[in-house]
Design a protein around this ligand. Sequence first.
Ligand SMILES: [Zn+2]
Length: 297
Amino acid sequence: MKHLILTGLMMAGGAFAQSQSVLGEYTTKISDHVWAIMGFPNIAIVVGSKATLVVDTGMGPKNGATIARVAAKLAPGNQKLFLTTTHFHPEHAAGEPGFPASTILIRNRVQQQEMEKHGQEMIDSFSSRPQNKELLAGVVLRAPDVLFDQEATVDLGGVTARLIWFGGAHTRGDELTFVEPDSTLISGDVVQNKTMPNIYGDGGTPSSWLAVLDKIAGTNAAHVLPDHSAPGDGSMVAAERSLISEMRTRALAFRRQGVSVEDAGKRVSEELKKEHPDWPNTNAAAFVKSIYSDPVE
Ligand SMILES: [Zn+2]
């Protein structure tokens, strides 16, 4: 009984939802025009006086429908709903069929190409877990209404969302959303909070990720909402940059000394654990592998 009460309280606070693929309707205010459903992943809802933009869909149509309902509740007068995705992975993009048919779907071209190449394969791989299988059953992904190369601007009425592709990082098609006048960055997996970076498959490289972070620094974000960790202020951008560049310096030194990639991964992980005892995980093995195979030194 005690356990049940505790679980209920945690869910009300949104904390329990972090590890859950089924999103609730509870929202957290990030900045004047940006709300978030905190969960797996965090979903951003950007509200202007005329239109609303949702960033990411949740895992499968049931979550997409929940998000669309929350967006309508936050701004009942807004007739137009825009939807974009931080990257093509199923918890970020495969909930699209749950949104109303009139939703205007926008994403960058590289992300769309990546989705056409690897989207179904990712849905199949996520579906090996029973809960995801149910959530992703029968998902058919549609083509976007708008594709852009580098940047698209969406006018929501008194609020502008800049959708930006700066290059590959966690994936090739990572998209960033910058909201004005809030100076809020919706950062996807590219800028996280106390979280290890991870390059998926044939996504970006550690050096391309750093180049993306240098461009992000130019936006001078005041608030950052990542997709798999807690929101924070603009200092998260510099923190991500120093994390990746320090890992890179250490791993490249090990590589020059002829240390095996496995040993380098272990040593970098141990160093990070000492420096960041409060982080949930400092396993650097996968990222050190990406550094070892990065053609740019
Ligand atoms: Zn991902």
